[in-house]
Design a protein around this ligand. Structure first.
Ligand code: NI
Length: 167
């Protein structure tokens, strides 16, 4: 399962809730998990493999979760800014301000309710992945200046990749 990259239109769509956790959903979750591990990433959302369904996989320091229909039910007031990147915008990183703690609810692949409270990097990843389900990318949280600098870095990196120049 390949990861789509910016500006693929799948990244801007709004994902639909998963109605039934059927074979197709399980196989989507398997494919996403494999893609995440292959990319050595820490989170991946279904739109990033071109499927507009509300499904995410997160793996922060071996804390691995597949969450179906994830919802951020609570965030704390405190925010912190930290470097963030995205497997669909490979290369650049930029500082994004996010709440430091989240409560996430959803379902696992057996249909059991999942309720997680996470802080720091894991909280950031859950927020980033749920954003993807709503067509929001980390660059959307940046100032206009930071966003154009980030996209410029991304385009330059891709250009070098495509021409085979060493980077
Ligand atoms: Ni991302």
């Amino acid at each position: 399962m390949g990861i789509v990259t910016y500006p693929d239109e799948a990244l801007r769509g709004r994902s639909s809730p998963v109605e039934n956790i059927d074979k197709e959903v399980v196989s989507l979750a398997d494919g996403m998990t494999e893609a995440l591990f292959r990319a050595e990433g820490i989170g991946l959302a279904a739109p990033q493999v071109g499927v507009l369904k509300r499904l995410i996989v997160v793996n922060v320091e071996d804390d691995f979760h597949i969450v179906v229909n994830p919802e951020i039910v609570q965030t704390n007031e405190e925010k912190e800014s930290a470097a963030e990147g995205c497997l669909s915008i490979p290369g650049p990183e930029a500082d994004v301000e996010r709440p430091t703690r989240v409560e996430v609810r959803g379902y696992d692949l057996d249909g059991n309710e999942v309720k997680l409270t996470r802080e720091g990097l894991a909280a950031r990843v859950f927020l980033h992945e749920v954003d993807h389900l709503n067509g929001t990318l980390f660059i959307d949280h940046l100032s206009e200046t930071a966003r154009s600098a980030t996209l410029k870095e991304y385009r330059n990196a891709r250009k070098e990749e495509n021409t085979g120049a060493a980077a």
